[in-house]
Design a protein around this ligand. Structure first.
Ligand code: ADP
Ligand code: MG
Length: 160
């Protein structure tokens, strides 16, 4: 696990850009954090880095957006999801079990049992009230991304 602090939306954008430069196809990224933590902002910058040109907005109502960049990006937001069956209905497991492209999931903690075996967990926390400071905790869940998370730590730590 490693931690990064950002002091502004711009710094979060830069952090997501670094992650976007390193992330590999077939990776699932789960973004946890309260409303306003910065999950969607992170995804927007990640998607830009991966060559997405159109709008990147939170798929709160339609649950999933698909973007075309250098690879396909599947963006889920489970905030409004009420039952696990809905995940099945939208084909969630087909996208996440053996992912092509990159899968990002906001509010994975609503259905923890439904998350795949392997993913990168990003926990975002506001530090202090009414502040722009955010703490990002990156961790690998499962075996698959263990090495990658170490590489990412070095890359992000170096700042590039
Ligand atoms: P979420 O998807 O987690 O609900 P959003 O990304 O939609 O959150 O919104 C985050 C909000 O917090 C934005 O209005 C952004 O400008 C603001 N903000 C302030 N400081 C930061 C920071 N360090 N990182 C990310 N967002 C920040
Ligand atoms: Mg959001």
């Amino acid at each position: 696990m490693f931690t990064c602090i950002t002091n502004s939306p711009e710094e979060t954008g830069h952090l997501a850009e670094l992650v976007g430069q390193k992330i590999r196809e077939g990776t699932v990224l789960c973004l946890e954090g309260d409303l306003g933590a910065g999950k969607t902002l992170f995804v927007q910058s990640l998607a830009r880095t991966l060559g997405v040109e159109g709008d990147v907005t939170s798929p709160t109502f339609n649950l999933m957006n698909v973007y075309e960049g250098i690879c396909r990006i599947y963006h889920f937001d489970l905030y409004r999801l009420e039952t696990e069956e809905e995940l099945d209905d939208i084909g969630f497991y087909e996208y996440t079990e053996e992912p092509e492209g990159i899968v990002v999931i906001e509010w994975p903690d609503k259905f923890p049992e439904s998350m795949p075996e392997d993913y990168i967990e990003v926990r975002i926390r506001k530090i202090g009230e009414d502040s722009d400071v955010r703490q990002f905790d990156f961790a690998s869940v499962g075996e698959k991304n263990q090495e990658f998370i170490k590489e990412l730590e070095l890359f992000v730590g170096a700042g590039h």
